[in-house]
Ligand binder design. Structure first.
Ligand SMILES: Nc1nc2c(c(=O)[nH]1)N[C@H]1C(S)=C(S)[C@@H](COP(=O)(O)O)O[C@H]1N2
Ligand SMILES: [Mo]
Length: 305
């Protein structure tokens, strides 16, 4: 399944810069050594659930982001997310489970098998990328909390810490950012929690230390920097739906046949393919129709958008 090598995508020079960014002022040679060592020691397997599309560059993935807690500009997260403290980190688990509690991030990572999942990723604004995530199936973690049989939805919340997340001082959204999935969506094998990308720890602008990735839904469902997972019986409120229910539904499945009220969803602009890149046709469920179509069998997707 390995369709590329990292060196095919990220030129060595930018690879060195990338390590330099995270490690501070160390000589280029030392960076190279540490860089290759760090990559070799990160233990993960390649998943057969990866797309064979070519991933975007590390720069595209980490410098063109949406993370409104750090501002609404695409480069705000890259510029400002450094102020976020991600260690220590814990996740509150509550609601309809046998094992609620405050789980330390390190405990969550303990005996988790990491995988690389290369997924197509489609933002509701009309752009897309291909991202080589490192993570594990969300279902693996949720099962450990022993959900009760009346659980119908799982909701997620991002950290609320305005001192470190300057965007939270503005009422763009009701903070904390929150999202939700049906329990079937949450348990689907394509749904992952990402803890890294391109073989390294997750950059803060991408939602460190732990973020959701649901590849058949618009990007905003993939909530970043999660501190709470709540198991509930009724459909939970979600940030974008609260902000504008006519424009953002609970399901938010990628669907080229249902337009956003203000723009078409039929095509997408792949990020980073140069000025003359053509828009491409958006696929139903972002290309994952065979895998997830049955979750919505018989549903009116214009109504449940
Ligand atoms: N907490 C939080 N999570 C978030 C967002 C956000 O503003 N805050 N933006 C969402 C949107 S709109 C998108 S497209 C993706 C972007 O993920 P990326 O920056 O890793 O590509 O994150 C989603 N998760
Ligand atoms: Mo988005």
């Amino acid at each position: 399944m390995i369709k590329y090598k990292y060196s095919d995508i990220t030129p060595k020079e930018t690879f060195i810069n990338r390590r330099a960014l995270t490690l501070g002022a160390i000589s280029a040679t030392a960076n190279l050594l540490i860089g290759s060592k760090a990559n070799a020691s990160l233990d993960y397997k390649k998943s057969s659930l990866s797309t064979s599309l070519q991933p975007n560059s590390f720069e595209d993935i980490t410098q063109y982001n949406n993370f409104y807690e750090f501002g609404t500009g695409k480069d705000d997260p890259y510029k400002y997310a450094g102020s976020l403290t991600t260690d220590p980190w814990s996740v509150r688990v509550d609601g309809l489970v046998n094992r609620p509690g405050l789980y330390n991030f390190d405990k969550i990572m303990h005996d988790t098998t990491l995988e690389e999942r290369i997924y197509a990723f489609r933002c509701v604004e009309g752009w897309s990328m291909v991202i080589p995530w490192i993570g594990f199936p969300l279902s693996e973690l949720l099962k450990k909390f022993e959900p009760l049989s009346n659980t119908k939805y799982v909701s997620f919340e991002t950290l609320y810490r305005p001192k470190e997340m300057p965007g939270q001082n503005y009422k763009i959204l009701e903070w904390p950012y929150r999202e939700g999935l049906t329990i079937e969506e949450a348990m689907h094998p394509l749904t992952i929690l990402a803890t890294g990308l391109y073989g390294d720890e997750l950059p803060k602008q991408n939602g460190a230390p732990l973020r959701l990735v649901v590849p058949w839904k618009y990007g905003f469902k993939s909530i970043k920097s999660i501190v709470r997972i709540n198991f509930v019986e009724t459909q939970p409120p979600t940030s974008w739906n609260m902000q504008n229910p006519n424009e953002y539904g609970f399901y938010s499945n990628v669907n080229p046949n249902v337009d956003h009220p203000r723009w078409s969803q039929a095509t997408e602009r792949p990020i980073g393919k140069g000025l003359f890149s053509k828009r491409k046709t958006t696929l139903m469920f972002n290309g994952y129709a065979d895998e997830v179509g049955s979750l919505y069998a018989g549903m009116d997707l214009k109504k449940f958008f």
